[in-house]
Design a binder for this molecule. Structure first.
Ligand code: HEM
Ligand code: HEM
Length: 165
């Protein structure tokens, strides 16, 4: 443990974590056979938009002020590199999901049907190129969050942690 991130950075991290995990759960729930519900799609879009837009805000802060101070002190160069890559991709994935999600809704022209509750299912999105990217980025995010949570658990068990993220 080397220093403590600001309260704002911490709150932002946990709101993004909760909304991104919620978007993953609602997204996979939505695409199960016969599980489509418009309310679930609306919830998914609200969670996904929040996670994506707050990630964009965090990236702007990161570009302006530099990265937040690391919570855990890592000495191994391999671990430093690995953690940089995982954190970098954790910033990128919600942005790709935001862009591809908006792309699907815009290209299918289904926004009015989503608002008016007349969308019958997900078939409008099936032929669209951003759908494949959205599915691939979602799977990537699942793997990254898995690695990230395992690493946070490992560091917590192996180090004192007075000011965690
Ligand atoms: C759900 C359980 C999660 C736990 C327990 C967790 C825990 C942590 C901890 C302890 C750190 C500090 C690591 C360090 O600086 O050495 C951290 C940083 C970070 N986490 Fe998470 N996290 C979670 C979910 C997520 C999710 C879902 C995302 C992104 C979609 C995310 C993105 C990041 C990023 C980008 C950092 C680097 C520092 C920053 O930019 O704020 N985390 N996380
Ligand atoms: C962090 C943000 C997001 C995450 C983690 C996420 C995650 C997911 C997941 C896991 C699926 C199901 C993928 C599969 O079955 O393989 C999905 C589907 C979908 N998402 Fe997202 N999503 C996000 C943002 C968005 C946004 C912002 C929109 C729209 C503005 C959106 C619209 C959709 C739609 C329309 C589908 C159904 C596509 C289909 O026909 O399979 N998502 N999303």
């Amino acid at each position: 443990m080397v220093s403590s991130p600001s309260a704002f950075t911490r709150v932002l991290h946990w709101i993004i974590a909760a909304t991104a995990v919620g978007a993953l759960a609602s997204g996979y729930g939505l695409t199960q056979p016969d599980a489509f519900a418009l309310s679930l799609l609306r919830l998914h879009i609200a969670l996904g938009m929040t996670a994506g837009l707050l990630t964009a805000l965090r990236v702007v802060i990161w570009l302006k002020d530099g990265p937040p101070p690391p919570v855990f002190s890592i000495r191994s160069r391999v671990q430093v590199r690995f953690s940089r890559w995982v954190h970098g991709l954790l910033r990128l994935a919600p942005l790709v999901l935001l862009a591809s999600g908006i792309g699907m809704v815009a290209l299918s022209g289904s926004m009015p049907a989503i608002v008016e509750s007349t969308l019958p299912g997900l078939s409008a999105f099936e032929p669209l190129p951003p759908r494949r990217l959205h599915h691939a980025a979602a799977l990537g995010l699942v793997l990254l969050v898995g690695l990230h949570v395992l690493a946070a658990g490992w560091h917590t068990l192996h180090q004192a942690r007075p000011g965690a993220n």
